[in-house]
Design a binder for this molecule. Structure first.
Ligand SMILES: [Zn+2]
Length: 1158
């Protein structure tokens, strides 16, 4: 090979031929081992070395592509028995591999250099020590072995090769015997460091005494031999990744030793020149504390206090961040696991079910033997290896997530092929005819009115005006001077109270103190009804309820109270939250996604948490709110905040004052469940203005949250509302979401042991004195709000609109599930018009199956308002379709403050395959209605279920495509029939063109196994709706389009709902055969363009497929600190005064075409 490839080359390169000529001579000598001339070889290698040492370009010649110089050199090394020749060759290699980056090393490795070198090491270890030889070999080995630098093309199998060649012990022994000979010791240690990167090697090296060796080398602060020390520490850290080694080191008491060494360096390295050594010491401690024994030893050695104190001293120096971060990681890991301060993790409220399915979640929940402590289990005794990355909250879920994602794609072609399953017999379905009267109804000319609501109308008069009466703070003061009455109820504690009067007289229906709007129904929580706020009305100044009628046409406080009276909650709530009563006026402000503040997580918050352990006496641990112990006396020391969430959609179980201005909050589980909490909605009073309060929700379950990526909580100030700004605003600073030290029972973690909860922490400074404020996960939208909106919407009905409200069914909790039918009235009672009326395609929309996803209700509100509006587009839309809408699929969950489930303790969006009529009535009847529609030849054109997404930005859709699913599975597709209409792409594509919050690249059309019981997949597969979607709206904000960098608000959500309708209007043009026939052949082109898979970006990107429908294990890769919030974004129009979002002008032409068609 050498001759074939290089001879010609050598002949052509005259000037550079000397080194190549010498290599040629060397090669000939190698080929004739019998006449081996040691002197000649020695001489030639010596010459080559000299040339290479003195002329840089000759190295390039030897290593140039096509040159076989490396073969010759390695062959010489392998075959020579001469020490001097060996040394020469090793020197040549050292010169060659010093520069040239990974390529030269790659050539060396590919030619088998590593093994030759290792064999040389082992064979020469049998001879008396030759220091120079050992030095050369180890220096070279170190160059070849893998480094931390991932990009280098070093020998990835180095560790295995070293072990198989028996080199490990040779190097250990060399190091042992040369402890004082630093010149040789250093390369030996460097090679040991490389060896120990392999875990099996680490165990083997540990047995060979490598650990003792390292502990001999490392020591207290010294300015000498820092390089050596650093390598020894890094080697030690690598060795300690083996649990066996770690146990050995802990048993011998090395944790206190390492802590002492660390403190010594911390004290003496005053100018921070040796930060990396200090970090390496921490690296050893970090690995030792991966084992439970190590964590215990760390605590016993006072490690928490030592690292806390040193870190606190490091905090002001930014360059010492790595020390602070690693210390923080160790401390969090070693922080003793606590149990949640709860008697049980089961929901405070139980709801007796009509039946409990054996083996179901509720049966499991209540089958635990009495007395079993479900808050903790032996799981915290488990030696769980914590994920050890510096940012474990961000990374840990991704790895597990990726595995399950790939496993989750549906690969069964038979399951993928949409097929219409057997539905209920038509005789049974016939009862759903009553929800579809428009298909049978006859219209008489004199009775041309919309059917309106078939639900009992309210006798309520929305035009009456009701002043609220609020005593001023001054008026109230004298009362506070009086000795406190022993029977003061909590309701009396607020320093402002409001009473509502009707024409000067106390309203018998209502008594409210600020933050405590109490319905005087069957149950009165106010124990002193005769001494309640009503009596004080004489002292009270009159304040108007914020007049929001102009801004909020669908809101009416009094109507809201009427609606509340008919809402049935499990806890039998009698209070009304002010925000729901006053209403929410969308802000005209832009609310930017927060930039992630530097170090909030690792510095401030974590350290404050660690202080709980360091300074336990500073911790108040005072329970100030507790649903589990309602009789627990609420102490009023004037210092503590007051909490409450006993109102619709409220969810706060317990509040514990930790420090003067810090509270731990615990959320309640979904009813008949022991987990599923993320949603929160609660009220806070008795605050001091101008003080920073920290709130920690300590039992969050998801492993990451948009709270780490700029999302803020929502706050509603009652004072602000009264002063004319009734609105939810994004608020809170120092927000972060991280794994905490409260251990999670495996019972609630799907059997997984050793899991922890997560804390969501935020800091708020209240502006107003004597205020009552509300906090929520997202803009609340209660069931009573829905009923109010529907009532107001029905009032918008004109003679052109066909609007009917039916009761789809009653929920488990005894609430009505509304079903709306909206379309246009037929133009006349002529046969032609009635026929057109009845032949309109059906669009089926639903929302809010998940109670915590309130954003989906706001999107639905936007859709409903658009559908009921008087705009020509809305009329056109109504004339195009018959809309069947279930705006709230899970009223009970919404009412009772659940996050995910219904009263059955189950996720209703996992019940569509086989819904139980008793336990899942809304799903059962919604599906049956769809089956009825299909059976009568009215299979919907579009089905869309609105949801909210807690971990992704923007609005996007999930659909169902056989093709795209098959693509992802890499299944051989040649033998399966893959003719698929690409019409499912059209609507998302249209929405991406007109709805600013909508992002096409986030859409996915893959069918996942875990989603086979969701509405989207079942309606697609069983009902045969090709355009069956889940539409997900972010809880956070947008990272593209007009709203890029902004948090989403109700205005944007409602706009999305309206734009969805406009999208349907445009879709009509692609789905009407007549239109395609008679008009505009270019429309066909556009349709084709829309359907072209290539025009949909990122369809095959692995980050966009198979996302868990609601909360995928999604890793945000964007570093928000680097993302600009450009105030001068030309695309952004801050003037959003017009509440109704108008579609873009291009739709006008479409409108006229539409008109001409209908
Ligand atoms: Zn959802």
């Amino acid at each position: 090979m050498w001759q074939e490839m290089n001879k010609p080359k050598m002949a052509t390169e005259k000037g550079a031929s000397r080194v190549l000529m010498l290599l040629g001579q060397l090669e000939r000598l190698n080929e004739e081992p019998k006449v081996s001339d040691t002197d000649a070889t020695r001489q030639i290698t010596g010459k080559i070395l000299h040339i290479i040492q003195t002329q840089e370009k000759t190295r390039k010649e030897v290593m140039s592509k096509g040159s076989s110089g490396m073969d010759v050199i390695l062959s010489t090394l392998e075959n020579t028995g001469d020490l001097q020749t060996t040394l020469n060759v090793l020197s040549i290699l050292n010169e060659l591999l010093t520069v040239g980056g990974g390529r030269r090393t790659g050539v060396f490795v590919s030619k088998g250099g590593t093994a030759i070198l290792l064999q040389l090491l082992v064979s020469s270890s049998k001879d008396p020590l030759n220091e120079e030889l050992m030095l050369h070999i180890h220096t070279l080995l170190f160059k070849v072995g893998p480094k931390d630098d991932i990009t280098s093309s070093s020998d990835r199998k180095f560790g295995v090769k070293a072990r198989l060649n028996g080199a490990l012990n040779v190097t250990v022994n060399q190091a042992k015997h040369n402890l004082q000979n630093h010149k040789l010791l250093l390369p030996c240690l460097q090679v040991l460091r490389v060896y120990s990167g392999n875990l099996v090697n680490a165990v083997s090296l540990g047995k060979s005494g490598a650990l003792e060796l390292m502990f001999e080398i490392i020591g207290p602060f010294s300015k000498k031999s820092t390089t050596l020390l650093k390598v020894a520490l890094d080697t030690l850290a690598a060795l300690l990744k083996s649990k066996m080694n770690a146990r050995w080191a802990v048993d011998r008491g090395y944790i206190p030793t390492l802590l002492a060494i660390y403190q010594d360096w911390h004290r003496n390295d005053t100018r921070h020149r040796h930060m990396i050594i200090r970090k390496s010491i921490l690296g050893c401690i970090k690995n030792l504390t991966n084992i439970k024994l190590g964590r215990k030893a760390f605590i016993d050695a006072n490690g928490m206090r030592i690292l806390y104190n040193t870190s606190t001293e490091c905090l002001p120096v930014r360059t010492l961040d790595p020390l602070v971060n690693t210390s923080s990681l160790i401390m969090r890991k070693c922080f003793p696991k606590n149990r949640l301060p709860l008697p049980t993790i089961k929901s405070v409220y139980q709801y007796p079910l009509p039946r409990i399915l054996a083996g179901g979640p509720v049966a499991q929940l209540y089958s635990l033997p009495p007395g079993v402590d479900d808050v903790v289990d032996e799981s915290d005794e488990n030696e769980a290896t914590e994920v050890d990355t510096e940012n474990d909250t961000e990374n840990e879920d991704d790895e597990t997530g990726h595995k399950t994602q790939n496993d989750d794609i549906e690969t069964d072609i038979n399951k993928l092929r949409p097929r219409q399953m057997q539905s209920r017999p038509f005789d049974e379905l016939r009862v759903y005819e009553r929800f579809c009267l428009e298909f049978t109804q006859y219209f008489k000319d004199n009775d041309f009115q919309s059917p309106g609501s078939v639900m009992p109308p309210s006798s309520f008069d929305p035009n009456r005006h009701h002043p609220l009466i609020i005593p001023t703070t001054q008026n109230r003061r004298p009362k506070n001077i009086q000795p406190p009455r022993s029977n003061d109820s909590p309701l009396e504690l607020d320093s402002i109270s409001i009473s509502k009067t009707l024409e000067g007289k106390p309203n018998p229906d209502l008594a409210c103190s600020l933050g405590q709007l109490v319905l005087d129904g069957d149950v009165s929580v106010n124990g002193e009804s005769g001494d309640g706020p009503q009596e004080e009305s004489g002292d009270q100044a009159v304040i108007e309820v914020p007049d929001t009628a102009a801004l909020l046409p669908l809101h009416d406080p009094d109507l809201y109270l009427e609606m509340v009276k008919g809402t049935r909650s499990v806890p039998a709530y009698t209070e009304v939250a002010y925000p729901d009563y006053f209403g929410h006026v969308a802000l005209n402000l832009r609310e930017p996604i927060l930039e992630r503040a530097y170090g909030v997580q690792s510095r401030t918050k974590i350290f404050q948490d660690i202080e709980r352990l360091i300074h336990p006496s500073d911790i108040l641990d005072r329970v100030v709110y507790d649903l589990d112990n309602q009789s627990c006396p609420i102490l009023d020391n004037g210092e503590s905040l007051k909490f409450n969430s006993k109102f619709e959609s409220g969810n706060l179980r317990k509040a514990i004052q930790i420090r003067k201005f810090e509270y731990d909050l615990i959320l309640n589980s979904d009813i008949n469940s022991n987990h599923y909490h993320q949603w929160f909605y609660f009220e806070v009073g008795n605050m001091r203005p101008g003080v920073r309060y920290r709130f920690n929700i300590i039992n969050c379950e998801k492993s990451n949250s948009q709270f780490n990526y700029g999302m803020q909580v929502l706050m509603y100030s009652v004072q602000e509302a009264i002063n004319g700004s009734p609105q939810w605003v994004r608020t809170g600073s120092d927000i972060c979401y991280y794994k905490n030290h409260f251990s999670r029972s495996s019972i609630a973690a799907g059997g997984q042991k050793g899991k922890s909860y997560f804390s969501m922490t935020f800091t708020v400074t209240f502006q107003q004195k004597d205020d009552v404020c509300y906090f929520a996960y997202h803009y609340p939208y209660t069931y009573s709000t829905l009923k109010m909106h529907l009532q107001k919407l029905s009032g918008l009905c004109t003679s052109e609109i066909y609007y009917r409200q039916d009761e789809l069914c009653e929920t488990l909790g005894g609430n009505s599930c509304p079903l709306l039918t909206i379309t246009a009235m037929p133009e006349s009672s002529s046969n032609e018009h009635i026929s057109q009326f009845r032949s309109r395609p059906v669009v089926f929309l639903s929302s809010r199956v998940h109670p915590g996803e309130t954003n989906s209700s706001w999107v639905m509100k936007g859709s409903l308002e658009f559908l009921m509006s008087s705009s020509p587009q809305a009329q056109s839309l109504r004339e195009s379709y018959i809309f069947k809408i279930i705006p709230m699929l899970n009223p009970d969950g919404v009412i009772n403050g659940n996050h995910r489930c219904s009263l059955s303790g189950e996720d209703l969006n996992r019940q569509w395959q086989n819904p139980n009529a008793e336990l899942h009535p809304t799903i059962y009847h919604a599906k049956s209605l769809l089956q009825y529609l299909r059976a009568t030849g009215r299979t919907p054109l579009v089905f869309c279920d609105y949801h909210g997404h807690s971990r992704k930005k923007n609005v996007f859709m999930y659909g169902c495509s056989v093709k795209e699913t098959v693509w992802q599975t890499n299944v051989n597709t040649s033998n399966c029939d893959l003719h698929e209409d690409l019409g499912y792409r059209t609507l998302p594509k249209l929405l991406s063109q007109m709805a600013p919050a909508f992002s096409l690249s986030s859409c996915s059309f893959v069918v996942e196994r875990s989603k086979e019981a969701t509405a989207r997949v079942v309606v697609w597969r069983e009902i045969g709706v090709q355009r069956s979607y889940t539409m997900e709206s972010t809880l956070c904000g947008c990272d593209q389009g007009k709203y890029k960098g902004l948090q989403i608000g109700t205005r944007e959500l409602e706009e999305m709902g309206a734009q969805f309708c406009v999208g349907l209007l445009r879709l009509r043009r692609f789905t009407t055969p007549l239109e395609l026939h008679n008009h505009n052949s270019h429309l066909l082109d556009m349709e084709n363009d829309l359907k072209d898979p290539r025009s949909i970006p990122n369809i095959t990107s692995p980050t966009t497929y198979v996302l868990e429908e609601d909360e995928p294990a999604f890793l945000e890769e964007v570093d928000y600190s680097a993302e600009s919030n450009d105030e001068n974004d030309p695309d952004f129009e801050p003037d959003l005064q017009d509440n109704r979002v108008l579609p873009d002008p291009s739709s006008d032409s479409e409108l006229s075409r539409q008109d001409s068609l209908t």
